[in-house]
Design a protein around this ligand. Structure first.
Ligand code: IMP
Length: 434
């Protein structure tokens, strides 16, 4: 029985939502382990498009249960909106959503604090999604955060909320936004949320571990991407959680010994939203072209994504950090009409080859990507479902990525719909999926 992790191999937006949705019905549970409603997973089913932010993409399958693990931060308003959206679309959620009692809660003042700190004239903005994610994780690590279990216990909540409100008042004074936070109203609202959320809340580590003991399969769904991981990404231009594969264990309470495979998801090119280093970014015509052809605009914030060429050294790094067994390459069809396609095959700095991923932004800024240019295939691949039906140059491209990254490409996605997917026969991916 395989429990698998699916996660982003780049800076997020790799198309994990579609992939998780596609494989979900082979699993009993799909679990999120980090992040919050900063993530946006777009899933297209038939004519309907769903943007899921907090709920794992598996929720669209009626026989799959979904788990929001302890590593996630939850804005109750956002979560309840999402549940409501599903109900409106006729998707039944009763008994299918479990929320960890140990997940931390986002409050409106987290967003306010973030907005003010992002706007400070004397600092470089990270370009966050302004959803209060970072400030909530700060409170978690600072051991003053409020968890779902605390929210549900009136006595504990009142005391902890009082402490947190005190701290935020000091910050609000420092940032000169006093008076903008209505602490009593927030407190009353969150007491209401507690009652609505109560039926969904449990010890999800126990739930997942007993399910695994009973032979059920769990798919762990990463949000964001490895290069946005708090430890392994392009710090400080990262999100505040452990997006890499290790986070699946800490963020769910399921031990590494229970994980059977790790699947990386990467675009056939690369994008990034927000600020921060991006060695293979193309700020010229080709980058614009990819943005248009790939509809590269943020699903949560609508911001245009920065676009560039597939970065093999970056992929080698994320493959190392995550231990990818297999790679899924999405949006191959976006490159269909390009006469030539560049791939970054190495980094150089001051004329010398750089083999490690630099740890600082200053060093990353000095990097010059070394490109190899491959001929385009200039034929449509959109919607192709068999590897052998891809134009030979498209196959050459996929196999070039495989040889450059050292990871098999087990699957290629050729369009947004579930059906527009090729799982390569004989691949490790095929055997992991069982
Ligand atoms: P935060 O997660 O809102 O704190 O934002 C930190 C950084 O992560 C910013 O550069 C965001 O654009 C980026 N980020 C957060 N969530 C996503 C995502 O789902 N896709 C891509 N980038 C994201």
């Amino acid at each position: 029985m395989s429990n698998l992790i699916v996660l982003g191999a780049q800076w997020g937006d790799e198309g994990k939502g579609k992939i998780v949705d596609l494989f979900a019905d082979r699993f009993h549970y799909v679990a999120r382990y980090q992040g919050g409603h900063n993530a946006g997973h777009t899933v297209q089913v038939g004519g309907n498009k769903f943007v899921l932010k907090l709920l794992p993409s598996g929720v669209l399958h009626p026989h799959v249960s979904v788990v929001i693990g302890n590593g996630v931060v939850i804005d109750p308003a956002a979560l309840l909106d999402e549940i409501e959206m599903l109900h409106k679309a006729g998707i039944e959620t009763a008994g299918r959503i479990a929320i960890s009692s140990r997940a931390h809660v986002i409050f409106p003042f987290h967003r306010l604090v973030e907005k003010v700190s992002e706007n400070r004239a004397d600092r470089v903005a990270i370009g966050t999604t302004l959803r209060g994610i970072g400030p909530c994780y700060e409170d978690k690590i600072g051991r003053r955060g409020i968890r779902i279990a605390d929210l549900l216990d009136e006595n504990i909540f009142d005391t902890l909320y009082g402490y947190l409100a005190d701290d935020k008042q000091i910050l609000a004074r420092a940032f000169k936004v006093e008076g903008e936070i209505h602490y009593d109203e927030i407190c009353a609202k969150y007491r209401e949320y507690a009652n609505v959320l109560r039926p969904y809340v449990c010890d999800t580590a126990r739930l997942l571990n007993s399910a695994i003991r009973d032979g059920k399969r769990v798919l762990f769904e990463g949000a964001q991407g490895t290069m946005l991981d708090i430890d392994h990404g392009t710090y400080p231009f990262v999100t505040s959680s452990s997006a890499a594969a290790g986070g699946a264990c800490t963020g769910s309470g399921v031990a590494p010994t229970r994980i059977d495979g790790i699947i990386g998801v990467s675009k056939a090119y690369i994008t990034r939203v927000g600020s921060g280093p991006f060695p293979s970014e193309d700020t010229g015509e080709a980058g614009d072209w990819i943005r248009k052809a790939g509809h590269e605009f943020g699903s949560v914030t609508g911001r245009p994504r920065r676009c560039g060429w597939f970065d093999a050294p970056l992929l080698r790094y994320t493959a190392m950090v995550n231990g990818f067994d297999t790679l899924i390459v999405t949006k191959l069809d976006v490159l269909d009409n390009l006469p030539e396609i560049k791939v970054c095959v190495g980094y150089e700095s001051k004329g010398r080859r750089v083999d490690d991923m630099p740890a600082t932004n200053a060093l990353l800024a000095e990097i010059a990507p070394v490109y190899e240019t491959l001929p385009g295939w200039a034929q449509p691949t959109a919607g192709i479902t068999r590897y052998g039906d891809l134009p030979s140059r498209a196959r050459d491209y996929v196999e070039f990525l495989e040889s450059q990254t050292g990871v098999e490409v087990g699957c290629v996605s050729t369009g947004p719909d579930r059906l527009h997917t090729i799982v390569r026969s004989g691949s490790k991916l095929e055997s992991l999926l069982g």
